[in-house]
Design a protein around this ligand. Structure first.
Ligand code: ADP
Length: 246
């Protein structure tokens, strides 16, 4: 299968400290791939290098074979690389449906320009409704976003990222702060997303990671310690040492 997302020799230094040390990843199209590692392993830094929030000291990032290392974040989004954002960056008075429709308009370059044909906006509402259905949010379509329960807000964040029609979706702890019972459900919804979207998950809950991922990359001290199937990672003595002190 062809690569959806690759890094080649990615290095990020903060002053004299190396947060990302020569990381080369190759994530296949359609994969459900998890990045794990103890606190301070460099997961957040790596995500920030992938999205373009940070520029690497050296090395490159390739999206579907194209070098995007020097591209700004919004250009990478347009090229198909999306990540979730915290909901409080939205207009709190907007309904769930309106906010997703707005993200669809944004992608289509319709913006909030009111003189665009109404039909275009109706179309965007239709597409937004489809995304809400996919994520099981249709019952809350007309609720103000601020009124959604926390776990539902995290789903809305995913709907907003999907509205950009990503090829690769980066999920950085999508269940953070969500009660345990709900996070299982949230992951079941994520697992049902269509295979056209490659999913890269950063998650510290190993139970969720091992249920969801088909491949796992383990980062330690900014470097890749191991990359394999969940079964092999679970048996890997080096990984067990890092996590269990064995
Ligand atoms: P993780 O997400 O795996 O917990 P991070 O990527 O947040 O790891 O951090 C990796 C290391 O890089 C940590 O030791 C952290 O202190 C350091 N680090 C992260 N960002 C910066 C920064 N802007 N300046 C200096 N050090 C940083």
């Amino acid at each position: 299968m062809s690569s959806a997302l690759q890094t080649r020799g990615l290095v990020k230094r903060f002053g004299g400290f190396t947060a990302t040390a020569d990381v080369s990843l190759d994530i296949a199209g359609g994969a459900r791939h998890a990045l794990i590692g103890p606190n301070g392993a460099g997961k957040t830094t790596l995500v920030n290098l992938l999205t373009g929030f940070l520029a690497p000291t050296s090395g490159s990032v390739l999206l579907e074979g194209r070098d995007v290392t020097r591209m700004a974040q919004h250009v990478r989004v347009r090229r198909g690389l999306a990540r979730t954002f915290q909901i409080n960056q939205l207009f709190p008075g907007m309904t769930v449906l309106e906010s997703v429709a707005m993200a669809v308009c944004e992608r289509r370059g319709l913006g909030a320009r009111w003189w665009r044909p109404l039909a275009a906006h109706a179309d965007a509402l239709g597409e937004a409704a489809g995304l809400l259905r996919q994520l099981g949010l249709m019952d809350e379509a007309h609720e103000p976003t601020a009124k959604l329960a926390y776990g539902r807000q995290r789903l809305l964040e995913i709907a907003l990222a999907l509205a950009t029609r990503p090829r690769v979706l980066l999920l950085d702890e999508p269940a953070a702060g969500v009660p345990a019972g709900e996070s299982r459900e949230l992951f079941e919804t994520i697992a049902r997303l269509p295979r056209e979207v490659t999913i890269v998950l950063i998650e510290h809950d190993m139970d969720l990671v091992f249920r969801f991922a088909e491949r796992i990359t383990v980062l330690v001290n900014g470097a890749v310690l191991a990359e394999d199937t969940p079964q092999s990672i679970a048996r890997d003595a080096r990984v067990r040492e890092v996590y269990l002190g064995e």
